[in-house]
Design a protein around this ligand. Sequence first.
Ligand SMILES: Cc1cc2nc3c(=O)[nH]c(=O)nc-3n(C[C@H](O)[C@H](O)[C@H](O)COP(=O)(O)OP(=O)(O)OC[C@H]3O[C@@H](n4cnc5c(N)ncnc54)[C@H](O)[C@@H]3O)c2cc1C
Length: 421
Amino acid sequence: MKTDVAIIGGGPGGAAAAMFLSQTGLRVTMIEKAQSPRYHIGESLTGECGNCLRALGLEEEMTARRHPVKYGVTVYGPRGRNAFWVPVKGWHPGSGLFDTHTWSVRRSDFDHMLFTAAAARGVSVMKAEAVAPLLNGNTVRGVRVRTNGSIVEDIASEVLIDASGQGTFLSNAGMIGQKVRGNYDRQVAVFSQVTGAIRDPGAASGNTLIFYRQKHHWAWFIPLDDEITSVGIVVPAEYYRAKNESKHQFLMRELYQLNPELTRRLPEIEFVEEVRGISNYSYRLLNFTGKGFLCVGDSHRFIDPVFSFGVFFAMKEAEYAASSIASFFADSKREQPNPFIDYQRLCDRGQDNIQELIDAFWEHPYAFSMLAHHRYPEDVIHMFAGRVYNETPLPGLLAMRSINEQGRKKRVAHECAGSIN
Ligand SMILES: Cc1cc2nc3c(=O)[nH]c(=O)nc-3n(C[C@H](O)[C@H](O)[C@H](O)COP(=O)(O)OP(=O)(O)OC[C@H]3O[C@@H](n4cnc5c(N)ncnc54)[C@H](O)[C@@H]3O)c2cc1C
């Protein structure tokens, strides 16, 4: 079988890439191994993720499906105090910031919506597992897949998109090097869904809440519909192991010990989903594009779940990937050593900027809250939304970079002093 673009994975990254590409007239084949709908974690969307959905013409359907409307996120400090609020705001070059909203979603429903929308727009959808890239030297020429009945088929493509999420298909196939561990690699998340949680009143009831206990120890609270709320605890792996509890015991105890404001919001809860866990989810791949291929979303990088950037990156990179692939097809010569290097640099810029935001939050919480509240609240609103790809960095981002850099220097000096003594 032959196609212009083959996509591995029908999650938000793969399905969005398929839909953006379907607008270019290219033949697109999307390969997904799981039966849709399927469970996935990652439920709170950023403001610019909402705009990706609008760009795909899906706003009406998001509203019809009654996904909770999110106007912002409240981050509660230790002991429930020093909360700060970051609203979801849009931005217009002429008039500046304006009020808008995004959504939080039950991923099985949301991903199924994207998956079926891609199929409805002419994308050829295949239920199969990608098992190996097809190579001609260093050039990826397609992908070998195995369908349900263990039948093996080769799909020849001009471009292969790896959107396999944490499956990191091309990395595992040895095409793009080893994963580099991310800064938040040694973390464990334990999560489920509950009824009976107390939300903010009225229109604010769909907002995301984050509860901070101490560095790298926090909880999320994300409304999924009128009744059900996603709750999750994230802690260092050592802490989790030392507790020596079942996932269920761990989650129950933490929900009532982590932060008094979280306790207040969970007077009588009932679990309506199994308790799940995930660890070692933070990594990056340094090179994720080349002749005949590129990666989007988790297939090349995931930083940290705090502040909910994963689905946004997957969908925004899908949009950029589609535009880069359209330019590639429009170029009759196609002689560059890496036709997608500009795409890779753009993705790195956005993700590096969010890395600075997250590092500043974890490593320098007091300085971070000064920047967020007093010095650069507008820049922090832009960054939380996902407006992080500009060539000229925002002053608030430069300030975060600077405090992170000073912190790194201090840590190095401290380590050197330790090794001399
Ligand atoms: C604890 C935790 C909490 C999170 N919370 C949030 C949040 O609140 N908001 C947010 O935006 N993000 C969140 N994320 C991140 C979010 O889950 C991911 O970033 C997002 O799902 C990435 O989308 P994707 O399309 O790249 O990958 P995925 O959504 O993982 O989709 C990949 C798809 O590829 C398929 N696949 C894999 N291998 C193959 C193969 N060989 N052949 C065929 N198909 C294959 C899989 O079945 C899957 O359907 C969280 C992550 C974690 C770990």
